[in-house]
Design a binder for this molecule. Structure first.
Ligand SMILES: Cc1ncc(COP(=O)(O)O)c(C=O)c1O
Length: 390
């Protein structure tokens, strides 16, 4: 396979891009390096674009189903990439991981019941619980020697008969953690012992840096599998988030049907591009993903060594997975608002304010490094320049 040119700069302004075309309303200015929303600046792989083009050339854009080829491509990917054997009957299409989070809360809890999240965490986890009138219970992660760890004692202390569900983010956004086998085992053991259903958001599963290894939680044992719903998608990996292509996996038919009830009931089936892109990506994408992962790693190395050399007060731990850096500005000893202002107004860089991921994100910013190295370097220089005299 020829190498994709990840250095290519593609203008996305005016393409209804969330990341670009919402800058003015989010940051108050369009003049800003957008390093916030978690899509990347990379063209989707040629084999995906070609398949979509063929579909367009056919000319008829009617109602769409999920065919055997769709399920086969997912089964193939999970086997090859994650060493996880799943059956066709375990898989259902979903329009997105976030809709599935909402559907799972509605399916498995009643208003007033509790759902646990491990904070800081991807902000829609909060919305799915709070906007549906359920109680959010925090089991904060603990930062120990530069790595976030799960706090099992705290988790046990938070469990009561009202806790029905827990959201796992694996790999973890925003910290970049790739959970280890022993962590996942202890986590699942506690959930099983307390009849808590696990919703495992594994959307970042494909982007993991060696020697770290993503282990699908449900692959640990039949018992864990029967208590887990896994949410996955090709969207982060192949930069096709605009296609609404995601899927739910569970060996427990009862759990799967209860979530699927919402999507099927509302006729939220796949738009015709979603299965096409998924099939093309999962049938052909392994080598392309290797190239992408190398590019991400190189960008991560560039950013970490740049910050070490130029911003001594900034703490940064290399992520084990994801294309997100979790930057610790706490040594600057500035209020969050002021850090945001310096980044936006002086550095002209739009990062994700750490506090959107919960109060535990105070003093932190999340930076998306999924862009050409030249753009990354411009943004890094701009950030260092803005903080030079501080
Ligand atoms: C952990 C996590 N889950 C879900 C999503 C979004 O999923 P979707 O676009 O399929 O709703 C993101 C996007 O940033 C994410 O980081």
């Amino acid at each position: 396979m020829s190498m994709q040119n990840f250095d290519e700069l593609i203008n996305r302004e005016g393409t209804s891009s969330y990341k670009y075309d919402l800058r003015k309303s989010i940051f108050g200015t369009d003049d800003l390096y957008p390093m916030w929303v978690a899509d990347t600046e990379f063209r989707a792989p040629g084999f995906v674009l070609e398949r979509l083009q063929q579909r367009i050339n056919h000319g008829i854009l009617g109602y769409t189903i999920t065919t055997d080829a769709y399920y086969k491509s997912i089964i193939h990917w999970l086997e090859k990439k994650h060493n996880w054997g799943v059956k066709k009957s375990w898989i259902k299409y979903s329009p997105g991981v976030v809709p599935s989070l909402f559907a799972s809360v509605l399916a498995f809890t009643n208003p007033g019941e509790k759902v646990i999240v491990q904070t800081p965490v991807y902000h829609p986890f909060y919305y799915a619980i709070e906007q549906t009138g359920r109680q959010l219970v925090k089991n904060p992660l603990v930062l120990k020697n530069g790595r976030y760890e799960m706090d099992f004692d705290d988790l046990l202390s938070k469990i009561d008969s009202k806790v029905k569900l827990i959201f796992l983010c694996s790999p973890h956004n925003p910290t970049g953690n790739v959970w280890k086998k022993n962590e996942l085992e202890r986590f699942s053991e506690i959930c099983l012992a307390n009849n808590i259903i696990i919703i495992s958001d594994e959307i970042h599963a494909d982007i993991v840096y060696k020697p770290n290894l993503h282990i699908p939680l449900a692959s640990l044992s039949d018992e864990i599998s029967a208590n887990t719903i896994t949410l996955m998608a090709p969207s982060k990996t192949f930069n096709i988030a605009g296609l609404n292509s995601s899927y739910i996996v569970s060996s427990n038919k009862n759990l799967l049907d209860k979530i699927n009830y919402f999507f099927e009931g509302m006729h939220i089936g796949p738009n015709l591009f979603a299965p096409e892109a998924t099939i093309a990506a999962y049938e052909n994408g392994l080598e392309w993903l290797e190239q992408l992962t190398c590019y991400f790693m190189s960008n991560i190395n560039t950013a970490t060594s740049f910050f070490e050399a130029n911003m001594g007060k900034l703490n940064i731990n290399k992520p084990e997975g994801t294309f997100l850096l979790w930057l610790d500005f706490r040594k600057y000893n500035l209020p969050q608002k002021q850090i945001n202002e310096i980044l936006i107004k002086k550095a002209k860089t739009g990062l994700s304010d750490g506090t959107i991921f919960g109060a535990e994100g105070e003093g932190f910013q999340r930076m998306n490094i999924g862009c050409p190295a030249s753009l990354l370097k411009e943004a890094l220089n701009s950030i260092a320049g803005a903080f030079r005299s501080i």
